[in-house]
Design a protein around this ligand. Structure first.
Ligand code: PCA
Length: 211
């Protein structure tokens, strides 16, 4: 069970991105986790990811990104085939109303057991939630593109995306924004990796049954 865990470089005027700060702490974890920092550009992020995926052939691609303003670990359910950038990316590109992949499906669902991951985090005292929008910026672009790529690979890796809050030092410059300490973010990533390595099925939160 090889996991490729990715984070993003800083963007939008920030000097740090909590996703890479948390992800890099898991490099080599249990000899199963490989980490990669991605550029925050529409143009290049998918190519950098694809190069690593083709070299390492992971079973799971778990991409992580910053979602400033969100209070919890956000387990993303849906990637949509739309680029609609509210700010320019790190290359100055700002695509508006373009598809991630032309003539491809409108959306892909995460292939990870999100409810089980959410329950694991919550049981360990870490705020976590399901999210039904990964936005329309570089994170959604990566999530959609990786999901599309996975379909074309022989090993068909499972793809998922997680958004995480600001670090406290970032939130200090965005008064009123929630934040999460780096140690908690690292712990959350470790718990998610452990749960994915352990395997098992998705749970139904209402009935408590698995499927
Ligand atoms: N968050 C941005 C892109 C990179 C990142 O960490 C997003 O949510 O699209």
């Amino acid at each position: 069970m090889k996991i490729l865990l990715t984070g993003f470089e800083p963007f939008g005027g920030e000097s740090i991105n909590p996703s890479w700060e948390a992800v890099k702490s898991l490099q080599g974890y249990r000899d199963l986790v490989d980490t990669l920092e991605l550029p925050c550009t529409f143009d290049r992020c998918l190519q950098v990811l694809e190069d690593r995926v083709r070299t390492r052939a992971p079973d799971i691609i778990l991409a992580v990104g910053q979602a400033g303003g969100r209070p919890s670990i956000s387990l993303e359910k849906v990637a949509i085939n739309l680029n609609e950038a509210r700010i320019p990316d790190n290359a100055g590109e700002q695509p508006l109303g373009t598809p991630v992949v032309p003539d491809a499906p409108a959306a892909y669902f995460s292939q990870l057991p999100l409810k089980r991951l959410m329950a694991t985090l919550q049981e360990c005292g870490i705020p976590a939630d399901l999210s039904y929008t990964a936005g329309t910026f570089v994170c959604n672009h990566l999530f959609y593109g990786a999901s599309h790529l996975a379909q074309q690979l022989p090993q068909q890796p499972r793809v998922g995306f997680v958004h995480i809050p600001y670090l406290p030092e970032q939130a200090a410059r965005h008064p009123g924004s929630p934040s999460m300490a780096l140690a908690t973010l690292c712990e959350a990533m470790r718990l998610i990796c452990d749960a994915l390595i352990a395997g098992g099925e998705e749970i139904d939160l209402i009935t408590g049954t698995t499927h």
